[in-house]
Design a protein. Structure first.
Length: 365
């Protein structure tokens, strides 16, 4: 198994894209990229520059891929404006019909509607399956022991119950209409030769009843080697997820870390403390030969000190896995040496094709 980091936040644009190759498959996971948030310590022009580099890197990786994974429908994980990422590939995606929030329900349908037209297929719909949706928080016994705001959980539970009404109403996208080219991956395992690709059931994108919805984690195995790719669990915040990651004992772990930059209205101190503790448990407990710890964590300059215990267990950033320093480190040096304007001039001289950057997708998720 060969694992190639394609782009990560530590390089200057939001992304968590990797290419995994075995003799049986070339799997591109989460081909998406988005611009850094307004408070990221770089000029807007430089943020656009690195976003363009990210899109170019993903385009190049997609040319090598036979299969594509989309773990959820945020633009830093899939780019529906770049259908060339998906052309002539087998595609495994997050179920667009259930365990999904309103915005991703709409994004998934818009993406699939465009994709089938380009591929000469037809988007088919069907009635929802009759299904019970048990409260997912009740299935998190380790998280129940953590210090949590139970009043907020009760409030946020209403969000989940409203989403159940959406899933039950439908209509659903019919997977059979894709003629085997595309499959809903939640909870499934796919086997190609001696390679298995295993998907979890839907996991919370962050805290219990998280507003952004749900994501899938992915486990790829071949020849006794295991990769675990865990996106947007934000730490993980939830104790059960950290325990599962550690119990898998992967050889390679790709993990998004705590969203330290959101501390305040969008991230309570209590939940950030949970996330940092669980991140350490996941990284140290997994004991992987390679651990890339990045994404949400590297969106502010002081991430390394805040997650010091996890990095002490051998984690590195995606940039470091690619032989580079995190951009936040380089920005600090450029400002100290008063050469940031020179760096911008060099970036302009590279004449990056800004047509790659559709304004519609220059948002922050």
């Amino acid at each position: 198994m060969r694992i190639r980091p394609v782009w990560f936040d530590s390089l200057g644009a939001k992304s968590m894209c990797v290419l995994v190759r075995t003799p049986d498959i070339s799997l591109l996971i989460d081909p998406g990229a988005a611009i850094m948030q307004p408070r990221y310590p770089a000029p807007e022009e430089l943020k656009l520059y690195y976003l363009g580099l990210a899109i170019q890197a993903i385009l190049q990786a997609a040319e090598e891929a036979t299969h594509i994974v989309v773990t959820h429908y945020h633009y830093d994980h899939f780019r529906p404006d770049h259908l060339e990422f998906f052309s002539r590939k087998t595609i495994w995606i997050k179920d667009p019909n259930r365990w999904i929030n309103h915005s991703q329900w709409e994004r998934a349908r818009a993406f699939l509607d465009t994709l089938v037209k380009v591929e000469g297929l037809e988007l088919q719909e069907r009635l929802p399956e009759e299904e019970d949706y048990p409260d997912p928080v009740e299935q998190l016994p380790l998280a129940a022991r953590a210090k949590r705001r139970e009043d907020l959980l009760s409030k946020w539970q209403k969000r989940f119950l409203n989403l159940v009404k959406l899933w039950q109403k439908g209509p659903w996208v019919d997977e059979s209409g894709f003629k085997g080219r595309l499959a809903f991956a939640d909870g499934r395992t796919f086997t190609l030769g001696e390679t298995t690709v295993r998907f979890t059931k839907a996991l919370f994108h962050g805290i219990e009843y998280a507003g952004p919805g749900w994501v899938l984690a992915v486990v790829v195995e071949h020849g006794g080697t295991k990769l675990l790719y865990s996106p947007d669990l934000q730490g993980p915040i939830i104790e059960n997820y950290a325990s599962w990651i550690a119990a898998e004992h992967p050889d390679a772990l790709v993990l998004d870390g705590p969203a330290t930059y959101l501390l305040g209205p969008l991230q309570s101190k209590q939940n950030l403390e949970r996330a940092l503790k669980n991140c350490t448990q996941a990284v140290c407990g997994a004991g992987a030969r390679l651990t890339i710890l990045d994404h949400h964590l590297t969106r502010e300059p002081h991430f390394r000190g805040k997650a010091a215990e996890a990095f002490a267990c051998g984690a590195i950033t995606g940039a470091e896995a690619m032989g580079k320093g995190p951009l936040t480190d380089r920005l600090a040096r450029w400002k100290e040496e008063e050469i940031l304007e020179e760096v911008l001039t060099q970036a302009r001289a590279r004449e990056l094709d800004l047509d790659l950057l559709s304004e519609r997708y220059l948002d922050y998720d």
